[in-house]
Every structure is written in C-alpha cells, then in structure tokens.
Design a protein around this ligand. Sequence first.
Ligand code: GLN
Length: 539
Amino acid sequence: MEPQKKNLRFVFVVGGVLSGLGKGVVTASVARLIKDSGHNVTTIKIDPYINIDAGTMRPTEHGEVFVTEDGGEIDQDFGTYERFLDINIPKNNNITTGKVYSSVIKKERALEYGGKDVKLIPDIVNEIKEMILKASEGFDVSVVEVGGTTGDIENLIFLYAIRDLMQEYKSSTIMVSYVPRLKNVGELKTKPTQHAMAKIRETGIVPDFIVVRSERGMDKPRLDKIATSCFLPKENIIDDPDVSNIYEMPLIFERQNFVAKILKNIELNYKEDAEKWREFVDKIKRAEKEVKIGIVGKYVAFGDAEHSDVYVSVMEAIKHAAYNSNLKPVIKQVFSTDIERKGDKILSEFDGIIVPGGFGSTGVEGKISAIKYCRENNIPYLGLCFGMQLAVVEYARNVCGLKAHTTEIDSNTDCPVIDVIPEQKELIEKKMYGATMRLGGWPANLKNNSKVFDLYGNKDIVERHRHRYEVNPKYIEELENKGLVFSGKSPEGKLMEFLELPKHKFFVGTQGHPEFKSRPLNPHPLFKGFINACCDKNA
Ligand code: GLN
C-alpha cells in the first residue's frame, strides 16, 4: 500500500440534516467532472446498515437493487455512478456495516488478531480503512459517499475511519445539506445546515465545501450567510437547486467551478472537458416529440408514497434511448393489479410496454394480460427477466393451449414452462437467499438473422442477471414449433437468454437485465430498438 500513498487522493461526501437529498447524484457528478479532467477515478459508497448487501431488501422501501458486472446486489446509487462515469464498478466498492463486521469476526475466528481483544477502535476502524483503500487501489482519486446522516450513531465509526484517512492522504470533504423554505414566512432557513456542520466537526472532520440543496436555488446573501456562520470561504458554498433532469448536475457544478476548487485542494489539475455531456443535456432540453412508455410492475407504491426508485435503471435506460433519438420520454408506472381489476384498456395510452424484473405472485396475472395485449395488438413489448419468463407463460397458455405457469408462483402447475434450476432448488430449501441467485454478467450467443442480433450487432454478448428461474428445456420445442423464437442462448445452449416473435413489430424478452448497462452517452441497443419501434422508426 505504501507507494500508493503519494498518489491516491480522496474526496469524501457526507450528509447533514436529512437523507434522500441526492448525495448520490452529487457524488456521481463530482466524480464525472474529475474524470473529464483526465484523472482515473472510482466511487465508493458506505451504507451503515447491518445487511451484507441490498440483495435481501424490499424494493418498495429501499429502491432498486443494482446488479454489478461481478455479481453484486448493491445500492442503487451505484447505478447512478456507473451511468455518470461510464465504468463498471465492482461490488466491493459498496461497504456496509454487515460486510465490515463479518470480515472482522471471520478474522477473529481465524485467530488473526493473535489473542487480543477485538474492538471498535482500532479494529473496526482499521477494517473500514482497509476496505476503502483496497477498493481505491490503482486510482488517482476515490470519491467516497457516506450514506445516512451525520449524527446517526451508525455512521459515526465510518466517519472516524475517514478522519484517519484524511490525515494520511490528500483529501477534500463535501457536506451535502438542505435549506428548507418555510411557506408561512416565505423564508429560507439556514439553521439546520449550521447545526449539521457543528455536528460533523465534533467528529474531527472539517468539510471544505457545503453543497446546499434547495427547492429553487439560493440567492447570494443566503449562500454568504452559510459561509460566515459555518466559517468557510464564500466560494466554497455551492448552490444545488432541484433540477428536472439529474444529468444537468455536472453542468451546474461546472458553472460554479466546483470541481476546479476541489482538485486545487487535493493538488490535481482541472481541465474543462464536458462537451459531450453538454451536447447530451442540450438534446434532453430540445426533445419535443413524446414517446409514452408504460412500466407494468407491482412495486409501484408503498403506503401513500408513489415509488420512482424501484425501476430507476429501467427508467434511465428508456430515457437514454429516447433522448438519443431526439424523443421526449413520458414514463408511467402501471400497477399490474390495476390491469387485473380494470382490464387491459388502461394500457391503450402507451406506445410501448415493459414488464421489468419481479418476484412473487402479486399482480402476475395483470402482467400476463399486458403481455397478451402487446402480442395481439402489435404493440412493442420488452420483457426483462420476469418479463421474459411471463412472456413464455403467456405464449404457452394462449398460443400453445397449455395450462402453464412458472413454479415460482404455482409449484404444482401441470406445465412448468418456467422452473427453478436444480442447484437453486437446494439453496431455497436451505433458506440460503442472500447472494445466491444467478448473478452478474453471463455470456450469451445470439442467433443469426434475429432481431436481437441485428440490434446488438454482435453474436457474443454479456448481460447482467439476477434470478433463480429459467425456461424449462422440456417445453422449448413445443413453444418454438408454435412460432416463439429463442434468439439467444447460453454458450453451451442450455439456458434460454432471449426470445422474440419475428412477425411482431417488436416483441423481445431477455433473461438478463440490460437496463443496468445503459449509459447516457451510450444507450443500450435493446432499449434503442424498443424505443424506435414505439415510434415506428426502423421497426
Ligand atoms: N422471480 C424471477 C426469478 O427469480 C425473476 C427475477 C427477476 O426478474 N430479476 O427467476
């Protein structure tokens, strides 16, 4: 680790006041501008929960589970990082309390502490530092986001570790804060920010910058007031208003020379090179012609709150493809149980439908109806993972006349067209649910002259997976005889990875999750094909 010491720099992003402010977007935007300056950058996220990873968390409460190329099931902020930075980030860059403790306990059981008593300080702190350093190895700059809010007991220990790293490495720290506007007095309130600053200083960390989140942006006197009351130079208070599109954020920071100031702090050069990004944002602003997409799922709302987080990568992938074709995406989430109650007429407003990944029985019949509606009416359909599996069930039922289902929903079905693979059966029986699905990047071979081959422009592709069930090989011949084409298979030919209907405008299912690999400047070919078909372009 020694030679790295001189070169590696850190940028830490911590939160004050409350969570959910878009620290992930701040982290990703800063990292993007550092990358544009010509530095090799990575991002790390610390999540102070005891879960090992996000894989076992309920999507309606915690948002999407992002899947990495190396098979991690991690925090959705990694999707934002990957999209902004256009790199693949390994799962070990997500450090959780669970991971830290289980590693320390494993070492203790292996007598690696040589009989010492193992303690929060220094052992847990050292473990955190080691994990951060390992994930930062080989990079010029590591941007580390600390989840949660300063003052929470659960992230205190991580802040101690960071404080230590600050002593050893050139680093700069950003606190992301929030300034509420009190409607009754029409005033912006800076006090919570002052308190958050005091709280974080108690840990020995002195932030260099405050990114001030607010609804409409801040005026100069208010920003200056924050500077004075928090004892920071005025130019280090960065205005960060709500934006209609998160991809604008790097440009907002650029206008305030934010990253130039950060890089000066850590003695690196700044180079303005956001031209491509600017062009992309201009495209977003110019897009007028609408393309209306329905995402039919069950994780649409939780309590009173409508969720936009659960299918975030699907939504972003739609946006990337739409903007690329100069279209304005209008995306609506449809509760699949509403289709069960009201029928498929509620889908008539859409140019195309996606059934995304999913688990369990709620709303499954609604999803199947949506797929049937697309198939019969030549409406573009893209099925992602569960959306592909249910397309097989729909076809088996309504075209082949089988009483088919997936054994995930009906374990006694007469025709298990989708079934669990034997290794997975064992894991389920042992209740080994965490990190045991078919996960991460898996190769597939695409069939010549198929739609997916045309779109990818390549025979050998890799997509990320997260599932336990597969198309049952026993039914493949029957389904294919009736016109369903399995247009992509695993290299040994055993697993069905893609399906399509050749005569349909666009009817494609994939066992993978292409949404995780779509990038703003490089939209995913399947989503591009889908969106173009929705507008009849090249369909
Ligand atoms: N529930 C299905 C399975 O486990 C699909 C999972 C998904 O859509 N990611 O195979």
